[in-house]
Design a protein around this ligand. Structure first.
Ligand code: 3PG
Ligand code: MG
Length: 404
């Protein structure tokens, strides 16, 4: 699969509509996590330095119409600081205000337009709204993989109206994802964690056909343990999905894939930081116990799997990592994956909101091959779904491919 990227674009003197994802976590009016912004800075800088006029477009939050609380203005201040360059701001993303702001730009300037979701047409993928956006630019560059699962006007319809290219972060993300599932070095292992099987059914179903080993962690592992007839005490467990878990185990068997489940667990009577806890075999979980992390024998086994794995895909933490000491399983496995990666023995790709936070806590993000800042988009991609924002960037097929 090839995508048009910035190498194919002549941006000099052009008005470049650059779709970024400035939907970043805020706390007390300040950006709480700048990861997404940092990923976009190479593209912004490159376009500006090549003499393009950079017009940033993004959504923020989920406003119903115009809402000052969901303005992009405070985010833009953080982008300018990280970039070390001034950014001007237009109070609307279309219409006269936006057109005037764009007309005032010189090559190398950077402008950010107000939240695209202030207009109903954005989420409706309205061609009329997209046309209003398109009037502001000569080219479209998409650097926002994390919103590529939304068929929204600034992601999809707009890309059909202008010559469209992947920005550097988008390009890097698509290359990393291709390495993980489309043409991976085998054996491939996936770690799927998180609380619920119900939110990851499509994910498990798709992964089981792609990977050699599926490692299941987090609260969702409890449902699988229950499927094996084990008692999980007071642990999170979706009893109505026990049969589904059995089906997944059976499918893995028929495809000759290995499913790894916990063999021991850290249990406590309550879910709180530093709650009294003990390690038990998964055959010995008491009636009032809650499983909050994988135990040391499981950690050791998972690490031994990674040692014989060439490609790892990771979504979801092992334990209730937001409270110590229930973050240990995630941290130790992450540490091992990072070491193998640094030694050139493993390609490690991780993503998802919780996963990125957990890997940041573990301090391994820099040593992984690639950590996606995307939540829903990363998940949908792992589920094998088509992402509208990616589809529109595909290079026109070669004549040979077109004939097929
Ligand atoms: C995200 O943060 O997941 C993306 O920016 C998409 O936002 P949304 O889930 O509100 O569409
Ligand atoms: Mg989301």
């Amino acid at each position: 699969m090839r995508f048009r990227n910035l190498d194919d674009a002549d941006v000099k003197g052009k008005r470049v509509l650059l779709r970024v994802d400035l939907n970043v976590p805020m706390q007390d009016g300040k950006v709480a996590d700048v990861s997404r912004i940092e990923r976009n800075t190479p593209t912004i800088t490159e376009i500006a330095d090549r003499g393009g006029k950079v017009i940033l477009i993004s959504h923020y939050g989920r406003p119903k119409g115009r809402d000052p609380k969901e303005s992009l203005k405070p985010v833009v201040a953080a982008v300018a600081r990280i970039l070390g360059r001034p950014i001007s701001f237009a109070e609307d993303c279309v219409g006269e205000v936006a057109e005037k702001a764009v007309a005032a730009m010189n090559p190398g300037n950077i402008l950010c337009l107000e939240n695209t979701r202030f207009h109903k047409g954005e989420e409706k993928n309205d061609p009329e709204f997209a046309a209003q956006l398109a009037r502001l630019g000569d080219l479209y560059v998409d650097d926002a993989f994390s919103v590529a699962h939304r068929a929204h006007a600034s992601v999809e319809a707009l890309a059909r109206l202008l010559p469209a290219y992947a920005g550097r972060a988008m390009q890097e993300e698509l290359e990393a994802l291709a390495k993980a599932l489309h043409a991976p070095e085998r054996p491939v292992a996936a770690i799927v964690g998180g609380a619920k099987v119900s939110t990851k059914l499509d994910l498990l179903g798709n992964l089981i056909t792609h990977v050699d080993t599926l490692i299941i962690g987090g609260g969702m592992a409890n449902t699988f343990l229950a499927a094996q007839g084990k008692s999980v005490g007071k642990s999170l467990c979706e009893n109505d999905l026990v049969q589904t878990a059995r089906d997944i185990i059976a499918k893995a068997k028929s495809l000759n894939r290995e499913i790894v489940l916990p063999v021991d667990a850290v249990v406590a009577q309550k879910f709180a930081a530093h709650a009294a806890s003990r390690v038990v075999s998964v055959d010995e979980v008491g009636r009032s116990d809650m499983i909050l992390d994988i135990g040391p024998r499981t950690i050791e086994y998972v690490i031994s799997v990674l040692a014989r794995t060439k490609t790892l895909v990771w979504n979801g933490p092992f334990g209730a990592f937001e409270h110590q000491p229930f973050d240990i399983g995630t941290i130790e496995v992450a540490e091992a994956a990072a070491e193998l990666t640094a030694a050139g023995k493993l390609v490690s790709i991780a993503g998802g909101g919780d996963t990125m936070a957990a890997l940041n806590v573990a301090g391994v993000t820099d040593r992984f091959t690639y950590v996606s800042t995307a939540g829903g988009a990363f998940l949908e991609w792992l589920e094998g779904k088509t992402l509208p924002g990616v589809e529109v960037l595909k290079a026109s097929p070669t004549p040979a491919a077109a004939r097929r």
